[in-house]
Design a protein around this ligand. Sequence first.
Ligand code: TYM
Length: 326
Amino acid sequence: MKRVFSGVQPTGNLHLGNYLGALKQFVELQEDHECIYCIVDMHAITVPQDPKVLKTHILDVASLYLAVGVDPKKSIVFVQSDVPGHAELSWVLTCCSYTGELSRMTQFKSKSHNKESAPTGLFSYPVLMAADILLYDTDVVPVGTDQKQHIELCRDLATRVNNTRKKTFVVPEGRYLKEGARIMALDDPTQKMSKSAENIHSRISLLDDPAKIKKSIMKATTDSEGVIRFDQENKPGISNLMNIYSVLSGKSIAELEKEYDGRGYGDFKKDLVEVTVEALAPIKERFDEIRYSDDLIRILKDGAARANVIAEKTMARVKENFGLGL
Ligand code: TYM
C-alpha cells in the first residue's frame, strides 16, 4: 500500500481552501492508502505565537481533521512536535540544502516581505516540511498547489541525498486536485483564500454559521457580464465560485454552466449558499462532539506513538548513511 503524508498548520480556524485543496483528499485517500496526517505546530512558530492560543489551535485543527472524516482507525493523526524525528531530520536536511534555493521560495519571499533580514525559521521552513515528508518514506503528498514549490524542493533534497550517498529516501509525489487545488479569496479572486487575510468575508471558515456563510458568498466579487461561464483568466470571481460549487456538490463545471444558463449571479450565489451550508453543517456538528472529548487526546497520543515507530526506523537509516552517532 502506498504511504501518504500531509500536514496543516494550527493557525486559526481552517477555511474552504484548506478543506477543498487538502483535507478532502485526506479523507478519500485513507480508503486505500496508509495515511499519516500531522498538525505541524513547529511550522506555526516560524511566526510569533501566543502559547495558550497555539495549544488551542492544535486541538481545533486535530478536531477538524476528525470532523471532516479522517478516521483514526484508518489513519495516523498526531502533532508534529510529539515526534522528535522531525526536528532531527530537519537539521540533517539543512546541511544538504543551499541558501540560494531556499531564498527562491515564493512563500518565504512574501512572508519575509523581501526584507534584508528575516527570521531563520521562516527561511528554513521548507526544509522542515521536507523532513516531515521524508521521515515517513512517503509516496504521495496531498496538498493545494500553493505548496508545489515546497514539494519540488523536498524531491530535490531527497534525490540529492540519494545520488550523493546511499539511497536513503523515497522521492515523493505531490497530489493536487483539479478543482480544489487553489481556492481564491472571495473579495479578491486574484489572491488565494488564506487564514491570515484581514477581511473575514474573504474566506469561509469550516465553522462559520449560516448567516456568515450567506453574507460572505453574497458579497463575493464577480464581474459585470452576469453570465455563468467558467473562464479563470477573464472571470476569476465566478470561476472560483463555480469551483467551490462543483467540489462541494459533485456537479461538474459543464453541468453547472448548463444548469445556470440564462440565470443571474444572484440565483447562483443563493444556491451556493445552500450547498455550502449543507456541506459544512455535519462538520460543525462532529467538531462540537469531538473537540472537548477525552478521545481527542488519546487519539493524538496513540498517533504520535505509531508515527514515532516509523520515524525512528528512518532516523536509524539516515544516521547510518550519514555516519552520525555511535
Ligand atoms: P497550510 O497550513 O497553509 O495549508 C494546509 C493545506 O491547505 C492547502 N491550502 C489551499 N488549498 C487550496 N486553496 C487554498 N486557498 C489553500 N490554502 C491552503 C495547502 O496547500 C495545504 O495543503 N506548509 C504547509 C503545511 C505542511 C505540510 C508538511 C504539508 C508542513 N509540513 C508536509 C504537506 C506535507 C502549509 O503551510 O499548509
